[in-house]
Design a protein around this ligand. Structure first.
Ligand code: BG6
Length: 460
């Protein structure tokens, strides 16, 4: 399909949106037939909010969508909780389907395009107990079944879908995928097997999608890696090329071309980490190309070659291997919660690279600033967030003006939510949720200054 046909999916309108994910906003633990998710039973340090109440969107969803309408957005990017739709991963929960039907219908009532992601970091714990979750090929079946239920139930009204959010984080973070109790060597091996199984599951879902929602568009949500060489030395340039293969190309090449970068294949084989595959996988992997790529972007990083005395044990496994090591970019400003720094230009550069390699339309699905906001006199003056958004949106505008196929921008996040690992002390929302880590209070919603800024920006 050529680009102009693909872009017609959105009737040439630009999407201005806001994003959340189910396990970070919903709460509603144990309610409406929701099952136990990996994210419900993960370890959360004392004094940090868990996901059981979160932003209490489960009870505030109508009010939240009204706030979206008043904001003027025409896209809401969210995710389905697998465990709300299939509590144990096998049986369908009608109440869960009803919950999302209500959300979808309410959005459509206000001309807000619903854009769900099927898998955003949470999954039924039961499937982990049963067969180890994503480590097993059985998870491919389970995810495909879940996708089929979602396409059947919502596909008549939902036409734009994400398959998997940030595969890199989903495979590496044990607290999200439930792969606890294994040693480091095994964890790394499992990580590559999980990734392969996820890619296969994504393709199986896309194959189904083509028959069930033929007028819809679907694609992966990528954690965009903008990596600069730490120096012009040929070694650092080489390390940067490896980093690109291991941090991004291995996921997107698989999504789009159905194969891994050669350097990745060679390295995994050399280490004995190459995943188990089956001959017939090749067809399904190469045949089911996505329509678009979702872009999550927060910051850029630098890459250098690994030195012998490097102590990299604190870096997560995807940020280092024998071929490269990732570090902070000394040229960009850092803040407490944006520890890798703020680099608006990186958004442009990263998307340009992705377009040149994959030639697919893109949509920014996450981009935003974390801060410990302060509520004073019922107001939050978050000019620092406005500054971040303004600078990134300038790059978005330039990107579109330069002719690249970007179909929308959706900021992270619509309301404050439980950060993936730091609770509520770190906030991203346009709307303040009045609760603390230890006291959920009533979770009242208070639009921040950035909400009004975004509203005006969209209007213009
Ligand atoms: C992305 C995720 O990795 O970044 C979100 O898709 C997450 O779920 C966001 O919340 C920000 O990261 P964090 O760790 O600050 O919550």
């Amino acid at each position: 399909m050529i680009y102009t046909e693909r872009i017609s999916m959105v009737n040439k309108k630009f999407f201005w949106g806001a994003s959340t994910s189910a396990f970070q906003v919903e709460g509603g633990f144990g309610q409406g037939g929701k099952g136990i998710a990996t994210t419900d039973v993960r370890y959360v340090p004392e004094g940090v909010a868990d996901n059981k109440i979160a932003s209490d969107h489960y009870h505030h969803w109508k009010e939240d969508i009204k706030l979206m309408k008043d904001l003027g957005i025409n896209l809401y990017r969210f995710s389905f909780n697998w465990t709300r739709i299939m509590g144990d991963g096998t049986n369908v929960n009608q109440k869960g389907l009803d919950f999302y039907n209500n959300i979808i219908d309410e959005c459509l009532k206000f001309n807000i395009t619903p854009f769900p992601t099927l898998y955003h970091f949470e999954m039924p714990q039961h499937l982990v107990d049963l067969f180890g979750g994503w480590k097993s090929r059985e998870c491919i079946e389970a995810y495909t079944k879940y996708a089929e239920i979602c396409f059947k139930e919502f596909g008549d009204r939902v036409k734009i879908w994400g398959t998997i959010n940030e595969q890199m984080i989903a495979i590496a973070a044990k607290d999200l995928n439930g792969n606890h109790g294994v040693n480091d060597e095994q964890a790394v091996k499992d990580m590559y097997q999980m990734s392969y199984n996820m890619s296969l599951a994504e393709k199986r879902a896309i194959a189904l999608f083509r028959t069930m929602v033929p007028d819809g568009k679907i694609g992966p949500i990528n954690s965009m890696q903008v990596v600069y060489p730490a120096s012009p030395s040929p070694e650092d340039i080489e390390a940067t090329q490896y980093a690109k293969d291991f941090l991004q190309n291995c996921f997107l090449d698989m999504s789009v071309f159905g194969r891994y970068p050669l350097a990745y294949v060679n390295y995994l084989k050399e280490k004995g980490w190459y995943p188990k595959t089956e001959e017939e996988d090749k067809v399904i992997l190469t045949e089911n190309k996505p329509d678009l790529i979702g872009i999550n972007y927060y910051s850029s990083t630098c890459i250098r070659t690994k030195k012998e005395n490097d102590n990299d044990s604190k870096l997560p496994p995807f940020y280092r291997n024998d071929k490269f090591i990732l570090e902070k970019n000394p040229h960009i400003m850092k803040t407490k919660w944006m520890e890798f720094g703020i680099d608006p230009k990186g958004l442009y550069l990263g998307m340009k690279d992705i377009y040149e390699r994959y030639q697919l339309p893109m949509i920014v699905t996450e981009n935003g600033l974390a801060y410990s906001d302060i509520l004073e006199n019922n107001k939050v003056h978050d000019d620092y967030r406005i500054d971040y958004l303004k600078k990134h949106i300038e790059q978005v505008e330039k990107f579109v003006q330069d002719g690249y196929p970007l179909i929308g921008y959706s900021t992270w996040s619509f309301i404050d939510l439980v950060s993936s690992h730091q609770g509520f002390s770190k906030r991203y929302g346009l709307v303040y949720v009045d609760r603390t880590d230890s006291d959920p209070k009533k979770c009242c919603r208070i639009p921040k200054d950035s909400y009004f800024w975004y509203k005006n920006m969209i209007k213009k």
